[in-house]
Design a binder for this molecule. Structure first.
Ligand SMILES: [Zn+2]
Length: 261
């Protein structure tokens, strides 16, 4: 199978190409967590998730005022401390392979903060965007479920039983909707994402961070395949990524023109 050959090729290239912090962004319901989890499992890569880091590093945030944001967004000082703790003190990115960031950065300011940390640890960065239209994400959010019995992560998609679609395939418990997936909250999160994404992409261009967008309106297995292709391009062939033109192949496109060196 082709994937195996690519995987071997990637390992070979890892010593040549500076491995990246690969930021995976997209609207809520685009399939970020599914894609990141699958990529991480296939390649044995570390994953950074802000919502988990908030729990891990809660002690060092104790003196900061808690976020009053209705959608639970994290303040700039907390993000600063978390990124430094995770990547500099705990050396998340210290290995040779890429690191995946699930749903981070959420703002251009967070992209800057991440770029600063990447510079300190000598890592390059890449931006992998899942791009999906409103009806696609609304449809996915309406049907996706989590298992609160066998998973402590209230965002991780459940394994759905093949015989009973409302039950967990692993433990048999009844699946529930994420708190943040109610129609009202999803609409708010989607609106906020749309407000921020253009600025994130523009900042990535200014910082010369390679950026590929995957069309994520396809079925999940197709989205994963496309994301995998884009991930390989971003982490092993940044030169060719820079030369790609919009819509060149695979259904992903380079969405930002890079300034000449
Ligand atoms: Zn379960």
């Amino acid at each position: 199978m082709r994937v195996g050959a690519q995987h071997a090729g990637e390992r070979q290239d890892a010593s040549i190409v500076a491995s990246s912090l690969v930021a995976v962004i997209g609207p809520p319901g685009a399939g970020k967590t599914t894609v990141v989890t699958a990529l991480a499992q296939l390649r044995g890569l570390p994953v950074f998730r802000l919502r988990q880091a908030l729990i891990t590093y809660s002690d060092m945030l104790a003196d900061l005022a808690p976020s009053t944001d209705p959608l639970g967004w994290v303040g700039i000082h907390a993000v600063h401390r978390i990124l430094r703790a995770a990547f500099i003190d705990d050396r998340i990115g210290a290995g040779v392979g890429p690191v995946l960031l699930d749903n981070f950065p959420g703002t251009a300011q967070q992209l800057h903060q991440l770029a600063e940390v990447a510079a300190v640890i000598g890592r390059s960065m890449a931006l992998l965007e899942l791009r999906a239209n409103g009806s696609t994400v609304a449809g996915r959010v309406a049907t996706r479920r989590i298992c609160t019995s066998c998973s402590s992560d209230r965002h991780a998609p459940a394994s759905v039983s093949v015989t009973d679609p409302v039950r967990c395939a692993r433990c048999g418990a009844q699946l529930v909707r994420r708190d943040s997936d109610t129609p009202t909250r999803h609409a708010l999160r989607l609106a906020r994402y749309r407000v921020n994404v253009d600025e994130i992409i523009e900042q990535a261009g200014c910082l010369q961070i390679p950026h590929l967008a995957v069309v994520a309106n396809h079925p999940p297995d197709v989205v994963y395949r496309l994301a995998q292709e884009a991930f390989i391009k971003l982490t092993t062939q940044p030169g060719s990524v820079l030369r790609m033109t919009r819509g060149a192949s695979y259904d992903y496109c380079l969405t930002h023109a890079y300034p000449s060196p």
